[in-house]
Design a protein around this ligand. Sequence first.
Ligand code: SF4
Length: 332
Amino acid sequence: MIPDTAMTDSTAAPAASPETTFPTLLEHADTAPAATSSARQAQRQAFEANKLKKRLRRLVGQAIGDFSMIGRGDRVMVCLSGGKDSYAMLDVLLSLRDRAPLPFELIAVNLDQKQPGFPADVLPRYLASRGVPFHIVEQDTYSVVKRVIPEGGTMCSLCSRLRRGVLYRVAGELGATRIALGHHRDDILATFFLNLFFGGKLKTMPPKLVSDDGKHVVIRPLAYVRERDLARYAEVMAFPIIPCTLCGSQENLQRKQVAAMLCDWQKRYPGRAESIFNALSNVVTTHLLDRSLQDFAAIRASGMAVPDGDIAFDDDPCIDAGARSVRFAPGD
Ligand code: SF4
C-alpha cells in the first residue's frame, strides 16, 4: 500500500518479446527493400546493432558478476526515468534475466514528478508492451523544487534528492531487495572529477552501495558501459525517450565544465578515459595521504623488499624491468 502517492500497477501485462514489439534494425533487415545496396546497408546495420546489443549484455553481465550486484531470488526495482540510459538498463536486464542461471525478478518503477508536459502515457504503454511488471508513482516533487529553489537556480540536486527519497520508500513498499539505477561509466568518471575538483575528495558513484537511509542496496548495472553506446542503442531500439528538460532547469555549471573536459579528452587523448576508469578499480591506498586508511605512525622497515615500495609514478618506457632490477654494491 502506498499512502500518499497514486500508483499505477500493471503486473498482468501480456508478455511480448522486444524484437516483436519494437522497431529494431534487425527487423528492418528482414523487410529490406529489393535494391541490393539498401539490402546490404540494412544487413550491415543489423549486424552492428546485434554486435552492440551483445556488447551491452556482456558489459552489464560482467559488472553484475564483478560486484555481486544480483543474487538468487533478488527482486530488482529498475528505476526508469524515460531517458536513454534507464531504457537500455531495463532492456539489457530483461534479456539477462531470461538467460540467467539464477532466478531473479524485475519490477520497473517510474516516478511521475508532475513536471509540466510530462507525457504520462508513454512509459505505461512501453512497459505493458514489454510484458514487464511496473509501477508508476505520482508525486509532485516538481512544485516543491520550484518553491524552494530561487528562479534561475539549479534544481537538479534537490530534485534528485527528493526523487531518491520517494524511490527508497517505494522500494520498501514493493519488497525490492535491489534498486537499479541507470548511471553509466561516463557518469562515474564525471562524478569522480566533480569530487576531485570541487569537493576535495577521491570518490565517485560505486557500482553497489547501501542507500542513504541504510535500508536498501543500490546497484548500477551500467557501470562499465559508455554513454555513446547507450545513445546508439536507444536509436537502434527506438526507445520512446522522454527528455529530462521539461522542468527547464539549467545544468549545474561545474558538471558542465567536467563534461566539456572529458569530451575534449575523449577527442584529443584516446584511451585516457579508460585509463582513469581502470585506476578507480586499482587503488593503492598506501600511496595516498589518507591517515584513516593507513596508520603512518606504525610504519617500520621490515627488511623485506616491497615491489612497488617507493615508486610513485615510474611508468616510463625508458625504465624497463631490467633497469629496475639493477642493484648497486656498497661503495658504487
Ligand atoms: S533536469 Fe529537471 S527533472 Fe531532471 S533532475 Fe534536473 S530538475 Fe530534476
